[in-house]
Design a protein around this ligand. Structure first.
Ligand SMILES: [Zn+2]
Ligand SMILES: [Zn+2]
Length: 428
């Protein structure tokens, strides 16, 4: 009887771990056609709620748009014009018990590098005359896909455990991020990178299965914001230095594990002209009486000089300088050191947020120094990513050195706890 109850619970307790997630996939590509094929398992195709087709191996199903409708066809016949397509794996208890997978491949015309394989089901419909694709997927399959997409397939098991726990904590906290789009998460870095099925390392799936119920909570027992990025460059950032709010567990951590790894260092040269353009566009406050667009170079320069130079030099001494000399002062003052992480670049007593410089010049991180050499600024940077929370390359090194997943997580997030998450209700 006990055994029966256990099996009953295993199959019928509806919680997040047995429900499907909806992940928006490939939507940034704004697709107007693609092909789907069955790689493993068995699937039925439902169009506008009716079963219309049984998928077969080696038979591609093509979808394209014609007059606000989806045309679905195979090599041999046109299946019809529809609004919504649902490609659903067939319920098969035996396959489920044996943990056999069902997965599909999506191929994109002229974009072969983006061909992807997805576990479980696929839904698609049209919005603004482009396809909206949704991968309806089981919790563990999704986490395994994210862990591989985020960290590759060559890491230690302890690292995968840590990354899986963080990915699921992030998911549980952000599961409504795309509510308006009718799915839970997107597949880009806006949520968590998800390039489809975990294909190349069975340890990842094992880590996801074994630790599927573990989550990280803060001192108040709430899911942490499990943010991560590639490399901190030797020191992680305070949350409030990057975003606006202070978060107790996202504090600076000195990290010597990542300083010799792949993304530890970067360099970029920015011309003085581009640098002045940044100062002009992003630092000088907007004044309604001046139309920034209409100014010529000379006018822009004089606006820069009159805004910055008086902050450091007495006005009467500036007046004695010619344009070239004033320009040199701007250039000389662009020198910047950052031994430990700072929030701002102090330029003529003006505080410029490092994140603003990073976004404007698409820099890999805010952990950079600037040397001014021959009319250009040489940025010498460390790390890759926003720098708040879990440093993936540092964590990979920790796992190589024998640290356990709990130690790794607690190294990057302060005063957090790992907890077994029992039976969380999850509503799409
Ligand atoms: Zn997103
Ligand atoms: Zn690091």
């Amino acid at each position: 009887m006990k055994k029966f109850i256990f099996i009953f619970l295993l199959f019928f307790v509806k919680n997040i771990y047995s429900q499907n997630l909806k992940i928006g996939i490939l939507n940034n590509l704004e697709l107007d056609n693609f092909k789907v094929e069955l790689l493993r398992g068995s699937y039925d195709v439902f169009a506008d709620g009716k079963m219309i087709f049984e998928m077969r191996r080696n038979l591609q199903l093509s979808a394209k748009i014609y007059e606000d409708k989806i045309i679905l066809y195979t090599k041999y016949k046109i299946l019809g014009k529809f609004d919504t397509i649902y490609i659903k794996k067939k319920q098969n208890i035996l396959r489920k018990l044996l943990f056999l997978k069902n997965f599909l491949k999506i191929s994109l015309k002229n974009n072969f590098q983006k061909n992807r394989t997805y576990d479980d089901n696929l839904i698609f419909y049209l919005k603004n005359n482009k396809f909206v694709l949704i991968n309806e997927i089981g919790f563990m399959n999704y986490i395994a896909g994210v862990v591989e997409s985020e960290s590759g397939s060559k890491c230690e098991f302890e690292y995968y455990k840590a990354q899986a726990i963080l990915c699921q904590t992030y998911l549980l906290r952000n599961k409504n991020k795309h509510k308006k789009d009718d799915f839970n998460m997107c597949d880009g870095v806006h949520c968590q990178a998800y390039k489809g099925k975990n294909l190349n390392n069975k340890k990842i799936y094992k880590a996801s299965r074994k630790f599927k119920k573990y989550i990280v909570v803060d001192e108040k027992n709430k899911f942490i914001d499990a943010v991560f990025y590639a490399n901190c460059g030797g020191e992680t950032c305070r949350a409030e230095d990057v975003w606006s709010n202070k978060i107790s567990y996202l504090k600076p951590v000195k990290d010597t594990f990542c300083i010799h790894t792949r993304q530890a260092k970067w360099n970029k040269i920015i011309s003085f002209k581009d640098w002045k353009n940044f100062l002009f566009e992003k630092v000088i406050p907007i004044n309604d009486s001046i139309d920034k667009e209409k100014l010529n170079f000379k006018q822009k320069d004089s606006l820069l000089f009159s805004y910055f130079l008086p902050k450091k030099y007495p006005t009467n001494s500036i007046e004695l300088l010619n344009e070239k000399q004033k320009d040199s002062l701007l250039f000389e003052n662009s020198f910047f050191e950052q031994k430990n992480r700072r929030k701002n670049f102090e330029f003529f007593e003006e505080k410029i947020k490092l994140t603003n410089i990073r976004y404007f010049f698409k820099l890999r991180s805010t952990f950079f120094e600037i040397k001014n050499i021959e009319n250009s600024l040489h940025f010498q940077g460390r790390g890759y990513g926003h720098g708040v929370g879990f440093c993936q390359e540092g964590a990979m090194e920790m796992a190589k050195k024998g640290f356990k997943y709990k130690e790794i997580i607690k190294f990057y997030y302060k005063d957090v706890n790992l907890k077994k998450n029992r039976n969380i209700e999850f509503k799409n």
